[in-house]
Design a protein around this ligand. Structure first.
Ligand SMILES: Nc1ncnc2c1ncn2[C@@H]1O[C@H](COP(=O)(O)OP(=O)(O)O)[C@@H](O)[C@H]1O
Ligand SMILES: [Mg+2]
Length: 286
């Protein structure tokens, strides 16, 4: 049996902004080395909270009340800040949702890529720059020399996301957390970016936690999936099993609601109110 790269166990959190309302309810989730797991659920389900808890960037108003997040067998939640700093941006990297705000507008692309390599991998300026150039070519940027010298505002959203994917994989992390990395992009660009993430992941053997609200995306690039509702895991398993033989009525309704994972342009059926009632009763909300 391969050891898990990541094991989230019984993770619970509350929101101090909303009178201690539960945000995560005993969440369990695992990721093996090189596995791509989709973390899916509607807005407010707690996807980003899990991502942020892993990355150690939770807002002050979200409080963890129990559980653990083991990365390579060590609980990130109790690790010393210094050890966490060494892991983040090095063994664990983030592909952010919004490529507009994630890059420094005042710095050239080449400098930003090379800077990370110098800081996290201790490369000399010259070697880091050569590596940055190679990375841009790896993410299929056509004119990497020109892009190295460009500022973020001179690039399209899709190009910026390619740069951020290059930055995430640059340090050869074992875990990449991608929080809705294609939500801000056009549909055609989305497809290319998804293919690129999968290609980079395969080339590097990286484990990816892929946050999305879209089951179609899960079908496209994930090996396994965890479905959340109101901070609770409703269903999880290999993508094929979950999409072809869903166990929970909510999962069934979501698949029927579309976008259909096998027919992205099929008509939509909203999730029936009765399914939500059943779900809330099961979780114990209201
Ligand atoms: N900054 C915050 N402070 C306190 N509570 C928050 C904060 N951000 C989100 N929450 C709570 O966490 C819940 C889940 O949010 P989030 O993890 O962002 O959901 P998702 O990413 O699935 O849309 C929200 O419904 C809200 O109750
Ligand atoms: Mg989110």
């Amino acid at each position: 049996m391969t050891e898990n790269l990541l094991t989230v166990a019984n993770l619970s959190a509350v929101s101090d902004r909303e009178d201690g309302v539960p945000v995560l309810r005993d969440v369990d989730l695992t990721l093996r080395p090189g596995e791509v797991r989709g973390l899916v659920g509607e807005s407010g389900a707690g996807k980003s909270t899990i991502a942020k808890a892993i990355l150690g960037i939770l807002p002050r108003t979200v409080r963890i009340t129990g559980g653990r997040i083991d990365f390579k067998g060590r609980d990130l939640l109790v690790m010393k800040p210094r050890d966490l700093r060494n892991i983040m941006g090095s063994e664990i990297a983030l592909i952010p949702q919004d490529p507009q705000t994630a890059l420094n507008p005042a710095r050239r692309i080449g400098f930003q890529l090379a800077d990370g390599l110098r800081l996290k991998r201790g490369m000399s300026a010259k070697i880091a720059e050569a590596r940055a150039l190679q990375l841009l070519a790896d993410v299929q940027i056509r004119d990497p020399d020109r892009i190295m010298k460009s500022y973020p505002h001179q690039l399209s959203g899709g190009m910026r996301q390619r740069v951020l994917i290059a930055a995430a994989f640059a340090v050869d992390p074992q875990l990449v957390v991608a929080d809705e990395p294609t939500t801000a992009l056009d549909v055609t660009v989305q497809k290319e970016i998804l293919r690129l993430i999968r290609r980079m992941q395969e080339a590097h053997g990286t484990g990816v936690l892929f946050v999305t609200h879209d089951l179609g995306i899960v079908a496209q690039i994930c090996d396994s999936v965890t479905l959340l509702y109101a901070g609770k895991v409703i269903e999880e398993g290999p993508v094929r099993d979950v999409l072809e033989t869903p166990q929970h009525n909510y999962t069934k309704a979501l698949i029927a609601a579309g976008p259909r994972y096998d027919r992205p342009d099929a008509g939509l059926e909203p999730v029936p109110e009765a399914v939500f009632r059943e779900l809330r009763q099961e979780i114990g909300i209201d």
